[in-house]
Ligand binder design. Structure first.
Ligand SMILES: NC(=O)c1ccc[n+]([C@@H]2O[C@H](COP(=O)([O-])OP(=O)(O)OC[C@H]3O[C@@H](n4cnc5c(N)ncnc54)[C@H](OP(=O)(O)O)[C@@H]3O)[C@@H](O)[C@H]2O)c1
Length: 227
């Protein structure tokens, strides 16, 4: 029988005020009948260590890290999940009695959602972008069995680095295309995902893609929810 002491989780980020995760998580906890709270915390970079020690001290079950802590948090962890180690960033930390394990659920969430439409195994996937979200999606899709990941990015060095990472650390092949002008999606592509920040609220821009090259049966996904 629940008492007056809920289990605690939350998020460390700055700025935190526009982050809607607290509403999503508390609704999910309530729906699942869990006596757990989610606390949205404004944590600047110089306070990350204090926040982590506070979470351990208060016995939090774990916490999310968002901008700008996804890489800095690595310094505080005891263990990294395999995909988080390849991605090089963590957005979810599990606290096991003071022992912290880092996971990256950005890409796992994408793959789980994708599987409701199409199994990434054996598929060719085009990822627009090479930032944090693109890294997680490309690595997790490759680990889920995609045969080829095509990275398309405006900044060449960043895009090449991600394609090299996928090719060298996962069983999938990977290539890079510089995004200069309108992008034509190659024939045989099964999944096209916008993992850039284009269209992030309040912007209503769309990626510069020749949408006449999006064929029937191709799954198109977007990491940006607007609003
Ligand atoms: N749905 C989810 O679970 C989830 C999770 C994490 C993030 N997100 C969202 O994903 C988006 C990206 O986040 P992030 O952390 O990956 O950001 P990030 O690390 O800053 O990367 C941004 C990416 O977008 C590209 N980009 C931005 N503006 C562009 C433009 N005008 N033309 C072409 N490319 C452009 C950048 O290209 P350059 O390398 O050339 O700069 C880079 O590849 C954000 O909107 C974030 O809210 C969603």
């Amino acid at each position: 029988m629940p008492g007056f002491l809920a289990d605690l989780t939350g998020s460390f980020a700055t700025s935190a005020a526009q982050n809607p995760t607290v509403a999503i998580m508390e609704a999910a906890y309530a729906d699942a009948g869990l006596d757990v709270r989610y606390i949205n915390c404004e944590v600047p970079p110089e306070r990350l260590g204090d926040a982590v020690r506070g979470a351990i001290g208060m016995g939090w079950l774990g916490f999310n890290c968002s901008i700008p802590h996804k890489i800095a948090i690595l310094d505080y962890l005891d263990e990294l999940a395999p995909s988080a180690a390849i991605i090089g960033a963590v957005n979810c930390v599990i606290n096991d009695n003071g022992r912290l394990t880092g996971e990256n659920t950005d890409g796992q969430g994408f793959v789980n959602a994708l599987r409701t439409l199409i199994d990434p195994a054996g598929k060719r996937i085009v990822v627009l972008g090479a930032g944090g979200a693109a890294r997680a999606i490309a690595v997790e899709s490759a680990l889920a069995g995609a045969t080829h990941i095509e990275i398309v990015n405006r900044t060449v060095a960043r895009g090449e680095e991600l394609a090299d990472l996928v090719a060298s650390r996962t069983p999938s092949s990977a290539s890079f295309t510089a995004w200069a002008g309108t992008y034509a999606v190659p024939g045989g592509t099964d999944v096209l995902v916008n993992a850039t920040s284009i269209g992030f609220f309040p912007s209503t821009d769309t990626p510069d893609v020749d949408f006449s090259t999006v064929g029937p049966g191709m799954v198109v996904a977007d990491v940006v929810a607007n609003p």
